[in-house]
Design a protein around this ligand. Structure first.
Ligand code: KIV
Ligand code: NA
Length: 268
């Protein structure tokens, strides 16, 4: 029996092999992804991708914990990390610990991810010292949409890049096992990966990162006509679903579904 990849096992992959990671929010996707990935993230991107909201700000810890429980129940191999949503951790290390503990207890996930630079390093330390593995998330942080004034690439000049480098260093010193680098200059992501010891998981970052993550719906053609510059569509599952649903609707309307084989109490 293959055991689920633990956070320390994931961290030990640094410099050994590249890590393939994706998001999952529900059981069917989690089940399909599990054989192929090192890490599955229950991203708060489900607010936008799964709930059709304009940003990630209004999803709650209870919703995230419920999605995480569905993903854990439906997987047995990949390490499972759950995103801490907006407002569930920024107030204090104590608030972060209480909500992280709830999410992990309710779901059985392996660790949490939190957005924020060096200002959040104290919280990272508080959680790690109390048994909650932390994946940091710097650069483009969607929960900062209002202070950033939109979703745009970060660390694009030397001063901004140095600030982000220091952010990651602070999380490393605080005990984070890794960091998601989102929407940052390529050279910065490469430098962080080479000079620091923690895992770098890139999304719009660099091929030099220790691993990559994308939103699953983006690679499958399930998130609308436009995908971000940093994503690549690997299949058009949307077209497959449309075709199947059209056939179903036609079959209902022309009376060819259900067949008698789908009915109960019919003698052959
Ligand atoms: O919410 C999310 O899906 C994420 C990843 C894409 C890194 O934070
Ligand atoms: Na997220």
């Amino acid at each position: 029996e293959v055991k689920r990849i633990s956070v320390p096992q994931l961290a030990a992959c640094k410099g050994q092999r590249r890590l393939a990671c994706l998001t999952a929010y529900t059981a069917p996707f989690a089940r399909l992804l599990d054989d192929y990935l090192d890490m599955i993230l229950i991203g708060d991107s489900t607010a936008m991708v799964g709930y059709g909201l304009p940003d990630t700000l209004s999803i709650t810890i209870e919703q995230m914990a419920a999605h995480a429980a569905a993903v854990v129940r439906s997987t047995s191999k990949a390490c499972v990390i759950v995103d801490m949503p907006f407002g569930s951790y920024q107030e204090s290390p104590q608030q972060a610990y209480a909500n992280a503990a709830r999410a992990l207890a309710a779901s059985g996930a392996d660790g949490v991810k939190m957005e924020g630079g060096a200002v959040m390093a104290e919280t990272t330390r508080f959680l790690v010292e109390r048994g909650v593995p932390v994946l940091a998330h710097v650069g483009l942080m969607p929960q900062y949409v209002h202070t950033m004034g939109g979703f745009k690439a970060q660390g694009m000049n030397d001063a901004a890049a140095e600030r982000i480098f220091q952010d990651v260093l602070a999380h490393q010193q605080a005990g984070a096992f890794g960091v998601v680098l989102e929407g940052v200059a390529e050279a910065l992501a490469r430098r962080i990966t080479q000079e620091l010891d923690i895992l770098t998981i890139g999304i719009g970052a660099s091929p030099a990162c220790d691993g990559q993550i994308l939103v699953t719906e983006d690679i499958l053609g399930l998130s609308g006509p436009r995908i971000p510059k940093f994503a690549r569509q690997f299949a058009d599952v949307g077209a497959v679903i449309r075709g199947a649903v059209e056939q179903y609707a036609n079959s209902v309307r022309d009376g060819s579904f259900p067949g008698l084989e789908n009915c109960f109490g019919v003698k052959k």
